[in-house]
Design a protein around this ligand. Structure first.
Ligand code: ZN
Length: 145
C-alpha cells in the first residue's frame, strides 16, 4: 500500500495477492491485482504504480515478512527512482514530501533505504532484502507449514 502526497496518509494504491496452494512451498503467490486511486496526475499514478510493483517484486522473490519500514521504504524507493528520472517540478516536490514525511514506517523507512542505497548501491540493497527475508522468523515458506 502507498500513501503519497498530496494525500500522504490516505491510501492511493493497493496490491492484492492471490495465493494458490503449492505442495512444496505451502502457498505461492499466483497473481496480483494493483488498485490505484482514480484522479491522480500521471506522475503520481506512475509513482504509486512503481511503489506497488516493488511490492509485487518483493512477493515474487519470497520477501514477505520483513520489517514494515524496510518494506514500505523500499517500495517508496522504487517510486523515488522513477520520480528522480522524471526530474520535473512535480516529481521533485513529491520526493521532498517523501523525505520530510515523519511517518515511522513510510518516512523513516524511505530515508533509511535512500541512505543505504546511497552508500551501498542498488544491487546491495536488493541483496540485503533477500538476506532480511531469510533472517525473518516467519518467512513466507515457513508460514505455510
Ligand atoms: Zn506499500
Amino acid at each position: 500500500m502507498v500513501n503519497f502526497p498530496f494525500f500522504r496518509h490516505n491510501p492511493q494504491g493497493f496490491t492484492e495477492y492471490i495465493e494458490m496452494p503449492n505442495p512444496d512451498r505451502g502457498f505461492e503467490v499466483e497473481a496480483f491485482n494493483i488498485l490505484l486511486l482514480y484522479g491522480m496526475s500521471a506522475i503520481q499514478a506512475k509513482a504509486v504504480l512503481a511503489h506497488e510493483l516493488m511490492h509485487v517484486w518483493l512477493a515474487d522473490n519470497g520477501i514477505i515478512d520483513i520489517d514494515d519500514a524496510l518494506c514500505e521504504g523500499s517500495c517508496d524507493y522504487a517510486s523515488y527512482m522513477f520520480l528522480k528520472d522524471v526530474g520535473s517540478a512535480q516529481s521533485n516536490y513529491i520526493i521532498r514530501i517523501m523525505r520530510e514525511d515523519l511517518d515511522p514506517v513510510y518516512g523513516r523507512g524511505f530515508r533509511d533505504v535512500e541512505r543505504y542505497v546511497g552508500t551501498n548501491g542498488v544491487a546491495a540493497w536488493l541483496h540485503m532484502l533477500h538476506e532480511e527475508a531469510r533472517r525473518a522468523p516467519s518467512s513466507y515458506a515457513i508460514q505455510s507449514d
